[in-house]
Design a protein around this ligand. Structure first.
Ligand code: ATP
Ligand code: MG
Length: 393
């Protein structure tokens, strides 16, 4: 492998933002800086339509590429060889060594693209291209030049040092986290909600999370699983404030007072209410869930309508049109799947009715909730007041 010392970060979508462009570029720079600061002392700079990362001496290439490939807004990552000289002999030797090390098979067409920072440099950019092209053809006879549609573009940038790169590792795309506001994710230990969090963050939205547990019906291990899922997605979303709400008393009370087939819907409505309370406290502009139409009884159009009715904030459901297999494919890609399928009980699955309503009538549900009038306000207050806060990263 060539001796890489830097990375050039390319971005696509954020390049399109007109006068706000610098806001997005600065956000991306900050996100790259924040993620890399977890693994080392990198120097990250924004310059002319791209971001440049200089690596510390002892950096780990694979770890760095992995961290960068989780920063939304990055469309491509180019590993860069840095030559500590601008002398022509050093540059040709450096480019030659780079080509030799990176391309084992040299049967391809190429073109040299050159830039020089100073007009005082003895060769112009076209001269650098043609001289370097001639040098490479002489040393590697298998190579061919194609100036119109080359298979490989070899970039040579002469500044106070010389920078060489030619290949791009695809980035995750999307928008830098934070440029799209903030949302509250209802995060359970299942497969879907971590994927929903990932997808909303991909659009530049920062994420906080709320998890409902029901001890002793759900275990400490089930909670640890959710913390672990939050950790995995925080590689993409950045830090998450995870609120863990004890939902046991509310759940038992609904179980005691309301028709069993309505339990799930009513429970989900209270989850939304509590999550919305924290959302507003944390300056979130929306709620996010892992729901998908028709997946289970509580996710029919009628059920979604009934759940939605308690919210004043918009509820985003990034997986709404996804099949389970499509959700699993993303979960595997972002590495939440293995954790999600660990077999710990979920508070939605205890006390579930054999035949839950699949087409709840909002008026009927609201009438059933009146049966909770005596204690529910107090229980909500207690659940909110005793919520535990866990800072992820
Ligand atoms: P998931 O795989 O994410 O658990 P699911 O298919 O099990 O989803 P439900 O249990 O109906 O579906 O939950 C729908 C959504 O409600 C979840 O995606 C999640 O956003 C939210 N949710 C469910 N249970 C909880 C919980 N215990 N804590 C926080 N949010 C929850
Ligand atoms: Mg679930």
């Amino acid at each position: 492998m060539p001796n890489y010392k830097a990375f050039l970060i390319k971005y696509a979508e954020i390049g399109l933002k007109g006068k706000n462009r610098y806001v997005f570029e600065n956000a991306l720079r900050d996100q790259v800086q924040a993620r890399l600061s977890n693994i080392g002392d990198y120097c990250v700079q924004r310059e002319q339509g791209r971001i440049f990362v200089e690596c510390p001496n002892d950096f780990d290439y694979d770890e760095t590429v992995e961290a960068l490939s989780k920063v939304f807004g990055v469309s491509g990552i180019c590993p860069v060889v840095v030559i500590e000289s601008t002398e022509w002999e050093d540059i040709t030797a450096g480019v030659g060594a780079y080509m030799d090390e990176f391309y084992e098979d040299k049967h391809f067409t190429f073109k040299v693209e050159a830039k020089r920072a100073s007009k005082k440099y003895p060769l112009t950019s076209p001269e650098i291209c043609s001289e370097m092209g001639a040098y490479l053809l002489k040393h590697f006879p298998e190579l061919h030049v194609d100036v119109h549609r080359p298979q490989v573009r070899v970039y040579v940038e002469v500044r106070t040092k010389t920078y060489i790169y030619s290949h791009t590792i695809p980035g995750p795309g999307g928008m830098p986290v934070g440029t799209g506001g903030r949302a509250m994710l209802l995060l359970s230990g299942g497969i879907d909600s971590p994927v929903a969090g990932y997808m909303i963050a991909k659009r530049g939205v920062a994420v906080e999370a709320t998890y409902f547990h029901a001890p002793p019906y759900t275990s400490e291990r089930a909670k640890e699983k959710v913390v672990q899922l939050a950790r995995i997605i925080s590689d993409y979303t950045g830090p998450i404030r995870l609120r863990v709400v004890n939902f046991t008393k509310i759940q038992l009370y609904i179980h005691e007072m309301c028709p069993p087939e309505e339990l799930t819907i009513i429970m989900r409505r209270y989850m939304m209410k509590i999550a919305e309370h924290f959302a507003k406290k944390d300056n979130c502009l929306a709620l996010v869930t892992g729901e998908s139409i028709g997946q289970v009884a509580s996710q029919t159009m009628q059920s979604l309508l009934a759940t939605n009715a308690v919210c004043t904030l918009p509820v985003f459901r990034p997986l709404i049109g996804f099949d389970k297999q499509e959700i699993i494919a993303v979960a595997e890609k972002i590495k939440t799947f293995e954790t999600s399928i660990e077999p710990y009980e979920d508070c939605c699955t205890i006390f579930v009715a054999k035949h839950p309503v699949t087409k709840p009538d909002l008026a009927v549900i609201e009438a059933s909730e009146k049966l909770l009038a005596e204690q529910i306000d107090h229980l909500l207050e207690e659940a909110i007041g005793t919520a535990e806060v866990i800072m992820i990263k």
